[in-house]
Design a protein around this ligand. Structure first.
Ligand code: TXA
Ligand code: MG
Length: 341
């Protein structure tokens, strides 16, 4: 199949959104930008389209898909809205926050991976909002990457992964956030962050003071226990290179990697540190600045593959605030190989 790519700007937004919506209403799936990462979008109510998503991505069927809405009528059609949800939506929507709530019957088990809950978010990207509104339907949309690979933050990434398998990609430039939305479950006793994102626990607690992180944010989930968020149990965000996350000072890191130099060995460090490091290196944002690290993370992990790197040593980001999201993606990319110096 030939994949058409439309570069979207203010002038053609309406026309491009209409075209994308027509594909979706006709049962096709398309690539579109959101403020976090690119998504692969389908009519949530049409099972054949949702099946296409799983097929194109090579996604395991028990990994549920986020439903994207553009207004509260759609939200109410798919989920049992509770008070916590209303409170969070008031502050963070539209934006990079996904809420897990009891699902409404209209949402099929195919979308939710058989769970009684549904994950919903209202994205803030004007292209995503315009497509949802034009289709007048909630859209099921996972990240637009092959399953297990780093998410896509440019239209070129989407072409690299699934070009030729979908009819249309809307190109909205680079995604501003760069990592996927914060996923928070609002169905248990406490609100639980299942996947950290750029909306940090600290900010969520300003609205819901009893919110906590799930254990799986910082460590491997035990396979014998049912995962709260099935997506967290699969190897994720992985470049082809072996990834090792290294905690310690810059001086310790520099020494550690110089002792492990070799063909295809590369370091991933913070901006301005490359001169200090004796092996080839790439930088991924400012030290202590999770927002800048998030924006670069997947671009750099994908570049690593293009460069043919076989072993990557990464300077560990912090584990609080926005950096938590970056730390979480990196330990998952590494298969939980973390070295503490
Ligand atoms: O920023 C984002 O969230 C992007 C853009 C495209 O919106 N989407 C995204 O989708 O990252 P995906 O499919 O790559 O990740 C969805 C995550 C998975 O970890 C999945 O397990 C979890 O959300 N999830 C979905 N439905 C769930 C549910 N009912 N309960 C618990 N976790 C759920
Ligand atoms: Mg994904």
């Amino acid at each position: 199949m030939e994949t058409e790519v439309i570069i979207v700007n203010d002038d053609n937004l309406e026309e491009a959104a209409k075209k994308a919506a027509k594909f979706i209403v006709d049962g096709e799936i398309i690539g579109l930008p959101t403020e976090t990462v690119y998504g692969l979008a389908a009519n949530v109510y049409y099972s054949d389209s949702v099946r296409k998503i799983f097929r194109v991505k090579g996604r395991p069927h028990d990994n549920p898909i986020i439903v994207h809405v553009s207004d509260f009528v759609m939200f109410n059609d798919v989920a049992e809205i509770n008070e916590r949800a209303t409170g969070l939506a008031r502050v963070f929507w539209p934006g990079p926050l996904t809420m897990v709530l009891k699902k409404k019957p209209a949402v099929s088990a195919l979308v939710t991976g058989g769970l009684p809950t549904v994950a919903v978010r209202m994205p803030s990207h004007p292209v995503a909002l315009a497509v949802i509104s034009a289709a007048d339907l909630p859209l099921a949309a996972p990240s637009a990457n092959m399953s297990g690979r780093p998410s896509t933050t440019t239209a070129q990434h989407v072409i690299d992964d699934i070009g030729g398998k979908i009819p249309l990609i809307l190109d909205g430039g680079n995604c501003e956030v760069g990592v996927e939305s914060t996923v928070i479950s609002l169905v248990g006793e406490h609100p639980v962050i299942l996947r950290p994102g750029i909306i940090s626990l600290e900010r969520i607690r300003e609205v819901l003071p009893d919110a906590v992180y799930a254990d799986s944010v910082f460590s491997e989930v035990n396979d014998s226990e049912p995962a709260q968020s099935p997506g967290t149990k699969y190897r994720h965000y992985s470049p082809r290179a072996e990834v090792v996350v290294v905690k310690g000072s810059l001086a310790q890191f520099t020494k550690y990697v110089s002792e492990r130099a070799g063909d295809g060995v590369c370091a991933m460090c913070f901006d301005g540190e490359q001169d200090e490091i004796s092996i080839p290196s790439v930088s991924y944002g400012k030290e202590g600045d999770g927002v800048s690290q998030a924006r670069r993370l997947f671009v750099v992990l994908r570049m690593i593959d293009k460069l043919g790197v076989v072993r990557l040593f990464v300077r560990a980001p912090g584990q609080s605030g926005e950096s938590t999201a970056v730390f979480n993606r990196l330990i998952m990319a590494s298969g939980f190989k973390v070295v503490e110096l």
